[in-house]
Structure formats: structure tokens, C-alpha cells
Design a protein around this ligand. Structure first.
Ligand code: NAD
Ligand code: UGA
Length: 481
């Protein structure tokens, strides 16, 4: 028996639901793809005429939206109709770390997943394949299955309503989401019923080669997603720990990365030292793994993974302390230009961005921050920093130092450079690689510093600019060039 999918509903129109469903719609014109969300504002933004107003920025996304929206890709708040008529429902809602109750600070909060399962149970009208797209703790499928099974039993037409639950974790990275979805390293499908698994595999087979589609059991699929993120984050903490040793010893982390990356067993990717990993998932997924390990009494395993997060926190604060130290031990009343607030380039996402902790530390020390980012707006920064922007800073010609511990949004990098004591690069946006450092230097108060936390400035770029230059993991870059 083969189940042919004609209509898909995705619950959750976020950083995963939006791009994932857009790529499915683009590659499967015969399937009607309906993305639903309880957040009206977000759905309005997805339906916006002006494609610059889409709720998330992702290279290549707006072109797909232009091609498919209104044809076989729809965004709406109507959960009832779209769930009821779907053959397959993806659950793609947020799963943040719990803030209270049992497991607070580590376990995932599954209330949105449970609510989604209950909505499916309530509105489904026929056999429905339910797909976990959200990242979930091991054995969550069991919970979803229990909720759906009780709905099956309660229903008047229980001969027609039935469910299969599959796990299909998403491995896309923000900023490269469309490419990752178009050409995935693998698509993982975990489940029990081979017919349901094949139905989902057939959707992907429209554009993904068969040898990249891995079928497995549901628990291994759930655990594989947490493990992949834990391994990736662990690499970043590892290389950032080496960066600190490099700075102490005069070695260069870029050279160390190059040397170890040529070993096929290690590989060259994910070895860039930076200001610490951010993003909505690495920390939350590792903490989830920590919680799971402790739950099963595996305390050494829990400690091992928790150290990856601890090192990351330490590393972020290490950078802010270092900036203060280089600026003669105080940044009170000093103007510092922050370049980049997103957690990485090519996204407008700031969740868990290292910029948040580093900026907060500097504000606590009394610095005046001019923050620039090409895609993040001032409102978002205010939410993340927990303090309002002081726009009058932009027009002040002098006495800026009276505003210690305040910040404003710099509309251009030049606005940030003027009379500043330091420039701190926190996100590797392409436009920051083209800065003319001699011109920037002329605008700054001397002695002036550039802190390159992303290793995007070369020695040639900055040579002769009369700027003090510090680069992450570079033991030789502490003096005037
Ligand atoms: P997000 O917060 O951007 O989006 C989630 C959306 O779900 C929100 O718009 C919210 O309003 C909606 N929602 C919540 N409950 C709902 C309900 N009951 N009915 C309808 N809509 C509801 O989250 P995200 O970044 O897209 O992440 C979603 C999941 O995917 C998480 O589990 C995350 O770990 C995982 N994931 C994220 C990424 C990423 O790059 N962001 C990558 C892989 C996996
Ligand atoms: C990450 C994973 O790469 C995805 O496979 C996964 O699907 C996703 O998490 C998720 O589950 O949410 P993402 O967080 O979007 O994707 O972005 P990454 O490219 O992994 O970067 C994460 C953080 O690590 C960023 O702050 C980035 O700047 C930092 N990073 C990355 C480094 O500091 N150095 C590197 O070499 C690579």
C-alpha cells in the first residue's frame, strides 16, 4: 500500500516551519502546503505584499515565496480547516528550555508541542500522519501518540480517524537554510509504520536523492538530532578553548585549525573560533541532553555535556573582560561601536547571540554602545538587552560620557565609528569585511582599538591604520600595527 500525500499542514510558521514548507512547496507542486500559526502578526508578515517584510530573513527565501505563495503554499491562522483536511501534519513549534517547575533551566518545555498534538487530535478527520519536526527529547513521540490515541478512541467515526507518528528532525542552519534544505546531507525519518515512513520519504524524493534518506526507529531519530547539535557545539567550545591558549602562548588559532582540519578524521568545518556559539538551539539542546543524562543517573555524562555550555558562557565573558582591560581597565563613559548583533551572519535571529552577553557586560561597566546590524532592528536589541535605546545619543556632539551604560542603534557603521574608543566585531557580516580601516581610524578617538572576534580582518587590511588590533585566538595581535 502507498499513501499519496496531497495536502500538508505545518503547525508553526517560524525559522523552521517557514523555510522548510516553502522548499517542499517549491519542489512538490502537486502538494498543497499550508503553514498555520497562532501568531497573527507573524502570519500577516508571511502574507505581506512587500517581500522585504517577511518575518525572517534567509537568503533565497523571498524568491521561493514569490514563486509559490498563493499557488500551493499558504500561510494562515486557520488551524481547524487546515488540520482537518491534511494527510500529513508537521509539528514545528518552539521547544525552549523550561523556566520553572521540574527540570527548569535544562529540560525542554513541551507545552507548545502538547498543545499542537491536542489540536491535531481535535480537528483531524481521517487517517493523519503526524510528523515531529521540532527538536524533542527522546520518547516525546510516545506522548504525542498517547494524546492522539485517546482522540481516536473518543471519536464518533473512529473507524476513519487514525494516526501515525514519525520523527523527522530538521538539520538546517540559519543563514544557509534554503541551500541546506535543497541539498541536505541527509533526511532522517524515524518511525514504526513503514507505509507512513515511505509516504514522507516520497515527499522528499521529489528532490532529495534516495541514498540521502535515512530510515530508522523513532527514538534513535530523536536522539540523533540532539547528538548532532551537541557534537557541533562541542567543536566550537573546543576551538574556543584553544583560542584562549593561543592568546596566552603567542600561537594562532587559525593556524591550529588549519593544521588539525586537514586530518580527515577531524575535518575542517566548524573550527572557526568566534565570540561563542549562539542561536536558539545549541544551548537548549545540550541542556536537554544534560537533563536526560541526569534523569537516567548518568551524572558523568551530564557533566561532560554541561561543560560545553559552561565553557561557552565563560568565553563570552572573557571577551568583555578583555575589552575592558585593554581600554585601560575602564570603559565608563567611553563610546564603543558594536558591529553585529545577530548570532551569525545572514540571519535576523538574535536568540542566544553572544552579542547580548557581551553588550550587557559592557553596559554594566558603563560603556556607551553604538550598535550596528544590517538585519536586526533597534526594537529587537532593546528586548534582548532589557534596556531602551537612547536615540538622543545619535545627535549629541559632546558630553557623550554623561550617558554611561546607555546604547543606541547606529544606522551606518560610520555613525558608530565617530569619536569611538573601540570597534568590536561580533557578527561576520560580509559588509564588515570591506571596511577601510585607515578611514575608520581617522574618525576615532586615540588610542583606538579594533577587536575582531570573528577573524574577518587580515593584517594587510589594517596595516598602517594606526589602530591597536586584537583578533580572537591570535597571540601576536595585541600591539600597535
Ligand atoms: P520559532 O519560535 O521561530 O517558531 C515557532 C512557531 O510556532 C511560532 O511562530 C509560534 O507562534 C508557533 N506556535 C507555538 N505553538 C503553537 C500552536 N499551538 N499552534 C500554532 N502555532 C504555534 O521556532 P523555530 O526556530 O522555528 O524552531 C522550531 C523547532 O525547530 C524547535 O524545536 C527548534 O529546536 C527546532 N529547530 C530549529 C532550527 C533553527 O534553525 N531555528 C533548526 C532545526 C530545528
Ligand atoms: C545549528 C546547526 O548547525 C543545525 O544543523 C541545526 O539544525 C540548528 O543548529 C538547530 O537545531 O537549530 P544554527 O544554530 O542555525 O544551526 O547555526 P550554526 O551555523 O550551527 O551556528 C551556531 C553558532 O555557532 C553561531 O553563533 C555561529 O557563529 C557559531 N559558530 C559556528 C562558530 O563560532 N564557529 C564555527 O566554526 C561555526
Amino acid at each position: 500500500m502507498v499513501i499519496k500525500i496531497k495536502k500538508i499542514c505545518c503547525i508553526g510558521a517560524g525559522y523552521v516551519g517557514g523555510p522548510t514548507m516553502s522548499v517542499i512547496a517549491d519542489n512538490c507542486p502537486e502538494i498543497s502546503v499550508n503553514v498555520v500559526d497562532i501568531n497573527h502578526e507573524r502570519i500577516d508578515a508571511w502574507n505581506s505584499e512587500n517581500l522585504e517584510d517577511l518575518p525572517i530573513y534567509e537568503p533565497g527565501l523571498k524568491e521561493i515565496i514569490k514563486r509559490c505563495r498563493g499557488k500551493n503554499l499558504f500561510f494562515s491562522t486557520n488551524l481547524e480547516n487546515n488540520i482537518s483536511s491534511a494527510d500529513m501534519v508537521f509539528i514545528s513549534v518552539n521547544t525552549p528550555t523550561k523556566t520553572k517547575g521540574v527540570g527548569a533551566g535544562k529540560a525542554s518545555d513541551l507545552k507548545w508541542v502538547e498543545a499542537s498534538a491536542r489540536q491535531v487530535a481535535k480537528y483531524a478527520s481521517k487517517h493523519t500522519i503526524v510528523v515531529e519536526k521540532s527538536t524533542l527529547p527522546v520518547r516525546t513521540a510516545e506522548v504525542i501518540k498517547k494524546i492522539l490515541t485517546s482522540a481516536e478512541l473518543q471519536s464518533d467515526n473512529h473507524n476513519e480517524i487514525s494516526f501515525d507518528v514519525l520523527s523527522n528532525p530538521e538539520f538546517l542552519a540559519e543563514g544557509t537554510a534554503i541551500n541546506d534544505l535543497e541539498k541536505p546531507d541527509r533526511v532522517l525519518i524515524g518511525g514504526e509504520n513503514e507505509i507512513a515512513m515511505q509516504a514522507l520519504a516520497n515527499v522528499y524524493l521529489s528532490w532529495v536523492p534516495a541514498n540521502k534518506i535515512l530510515l530508522t526507529n523513532i527514538w534513535s531519530s530523536e536522539l540523533a538530532k540532539l547528538t548532532a547539535n551537541a557534537f557541533l557545539a562541542q567543536r566550537i567550545s573546543s576551538i574556543n578553548s584553544i583560542a584562549a591558549i593561543c592568546e596566552a602562548t603567542g600561537a594562532s588559532v587559525r593556524e591550529v585549525s588549519r593544521a588539525i582540519g586537514t586530518d580527515n578524521r577531524i575535518g575542517s568545518k566548524f573550527l572557526n573560533s568566534g565570540p561563542g556559539f549562539g542561536g536558539s538551539c545549541f544551548k537548549k539542546d545540550i541542556l536537554n541532553l544534560v537533563y536526560l543524562s541526569s534523569y537516567f543517573g548518568l551524572n558523568e555524562v551530564a557533566n561532560f555535556w554541561e561543560s560545553v555550555v559552561n565553557l561557552n558562557n565563560w568565553h563570552q565573558h572573557r571577551i568583555s573582560k578583555l575589552i575592558v582591560k585593554k581600554l585601560f581597565g575602564t570603559v565608563t563613559g567611553k563610546k564603543i561601536c558594536i558591529l553585529g548583533f545577530a548570532f551569525k551572519a545572514n540571519t535576523n535571529d538574535t536568540r542566544e547571540s553572544s552579542s547580548i552577553n557581551i553588550c550587557r557586560d559592557l553596559l554594566d561597566e558603563g560603556a556607551i554602545l553604538f550598535i550596528h546590524d544590517p538585519k536586526v532592528n533597534a526594537n529587537q536589541i532593546a528586548i534582548d538587552l532589557g534596556s531602551k535605546e537612547n536615540q538622543t545619543l545619535l545627535n549629541k556632539k559632546n558630553n557623550l560620557n554623561l550617558n554611561e551604560g546607555e546604547w543606541c542603534f547606529a544606522n551606518t557603521v560610520e555613525e558608530g565609528f565617530k569619536e569611538s574608543d573601540a570597534i568590536v566585531i561580533l557578527t561576520e557580516w560580509e559588509e564588515y569585511t570591506h571596511i577601510n580601516w585607515s578611514n575608520a581610524s581617522k574618525e576615532m578617538r586615540k588610542p583606538a582599538w579594533v577587536f575582531d572576534c570573528r577573524s574577518i580582518i587580515s593584517d594587510e587590511d589594517i596595516c598602517g591604520s594606526n589602530l591597536n588590533f586584537w583578533r580572537i585566538g591570535d597571540g601576536s595581535k595585541t600591539n600597535n600595527i
